[in-house]
Every structure is written in structure tokens, then in C-alpha cells.
Write a protein that binds this ligand. Structure first.
Ligand code: AMP
Length: 224
């Protein structure tokens, strides 16, 4: 099974996706996380991606497609895969459609999260991330027990450079121009496109997501 999470930055794709893969035992492929890891390791990909990411722009398609193909080739054949933050352009979606048959897969479902722009601004600028546990907090909606410290890892939270307010506006503009055309792309594709209202409590979004998956593609998600 291959599922794609689509939606603007800050809509909650990462959080909802984490909960889903945990409950289903799937693998999440989040290109943003892979790129940040490449930067931390100081690899060639990390160095090439750096300036685009810091500006809130998209990393060139050829680098991303190569990264995803490598990742896909290394996954067990029977693992469910959830893409988060990929594809982000029509050429990336076309490259994915072209690459999946070679690993005996196809896109089975696309999940689109939607929320108004002002909500997205506040969500992104309030976001804090734990590099050690991977957990994402929000200082407005989902703060840690102790300010600035991860509940699970007990180490400091970070405010991503590209979550700073000046870069947020750019990322939302990039989404509208380069990623939103994918909605039409997937509306015309054979896999169902599920629209989920992302402007609700986290728990409600997850519950809507699970109902839609059960109803539209027969995927039953148990547990928290
Ligand atoms: P994210 O964590 O998904 O918000 O991604 C952070 C940044 O990584 C984005 O603003 C882009 O610069 C870059 N990035 C992540 N995924 C992609 C992608 N599929 N295509 C191009 N750039 C990407």
C-alpha cells in the first residue's frame, strides 16, 4: 500500500502521519526529514539542499527524485509506505508514478489536509521540534510540560530555521504555486483523493482521517 499526504506546511501532515504509521506499522518517507538528516551528516545532498531550504524554496526535483528512489529501493517489499512532503511538484508526482511499478507498487490513496492561511501561519511559527525524539510540539496548541524541553528526550527543542516567520510566508507561497497543482493532478488520477479538514483538534483530524481511510479504501486503523 502506498499513501501520499498532501497539504500546505503547518497543516499537521507530520503529526497525523506519525500517528498513522505507528498504528499501522508502516514506513514513513518524509523528504523534509531526510534532507535535514543529510544536512546534519554534511553529505553532498545536504550541502546542495541547504540554501534552498533556508530560503523556504523547493530543492530541485532531480535531487529529490533520486533521494526517494534510493529510499524506496531499500524498503521491504511488503511494507506500507506513507509519503509526507513528497511529491511537491507535478514532475515529482510523474517521476513517482514512473518509478513505482519497478518495485511492484502504485499510489493507492492520496490524503489532502486543508486549513486557512492564518491558521497555518500560527501553527508553523509556534512549531518546535525535538531532534532527539523526533516529536513535534506547538507552543500555542501542544506545548511541552517544561518550556523548551522535550517531554520524551529531556533535551532542548529547536525552532527550525525555515519555521521562522519571514520564511513561513515564502513557504506558503511556494505551496500555492508549485504544490497545489497536484490536487488537480490527483483528482484526475485513479487513486481516491481524501479531503480532510485540518482546522480541528488533532484528535478530530486523526479520527476523520481514519474514518475516510476505512470508508474509501478499506484500511482499518486500530489503537491510539
Ligand atoms: P518539510 O519538512 O516537508 O516542510 O520540508 C522542509 C524543506 O525541505 C522544504 O521547505 C523544502 O525546501 C525541502 N523539501 C522537502 N521535501 C521536498 C520536496 N518533495 N521537494 C522539494 N523540496 C523539498
Amino acid at each position: 500500500m502506498v499513501a501520499i499526504l498532501l497539504g500546505p506546511p503547518g497543516v499537521g501532515k507530520g503529526t497525523q502521519g506519525d500517528r498513522l504509521v505507528k498504528a499501522l506499522g508502516w514506513q514513513k518517507v518524509a523528504t523534509g526529514d531526510l534532507l535535514r538528516a543529510a544536512r546534519r551528516e554534511g553529505s553532498e545532498l545536504g550541502r546542495k539542499a541547504q540554501s534552498y531550504m533556508d530560503a523556504g524554496d523547493l530543492v530541485p526535483d532531480d535531487l529529490i527524485v533520486e533521494l526517494v528512489k534510493e529510499k524506496l529501493a531499500g524498503l521491504p517489499a511488503d511494507a506500507g509506505v506513507l509519503f509526507d512532503g513528497f511529491p511537491r511538484t507535478v514532475p515529482q508526482a510523474e517521476a513517482l508514478d514512473a518509478a513505482l511499478p519497478s518495485v511492484d507498487r502504485k499510489v493507492d490513496v492520496v490524503i489532502l489536509f486543508e486549513a486557512p492561511a492564518d491558521v497555518l501561519h500560527q501553527r508553523i511559527s509556534g512549531r518546535r521540534f525535538s531532534p532527539d525524539s523526533g516529536r513535534i510540539y506547538n507552543i500555542y496548541f501542544d506545548p511541552p510540560e517544561e518550556e523548551g524541553v522535550c517531554d520524551e528526550a529531556g533535551t532542548p527543542l529547536v525552532h527550525r530555521d525555515d519555521d521562522q516567520p519571514e520564511t513561513v510566508a515564502r513557504r506558503l507561497e511556494v505551496y500555492r504555486k508549485q504544490t497545489e497543482p497536484l490536487v488537480e493532478y490527483y483528482e484526475e488520477a485513479s487513486a481516491p483523493l481524501l479531503r480532510i479538514d485540518g482546522d480541528q483538534e488533532m484528535q478530530e483530524v486523526q479520527s476523520d482521517l481514519r474514518s475516510a481511510l476505512a470508508r474509501e479504501v478499506g484500511i482499518e486503523v486500530e489503537g491510539a
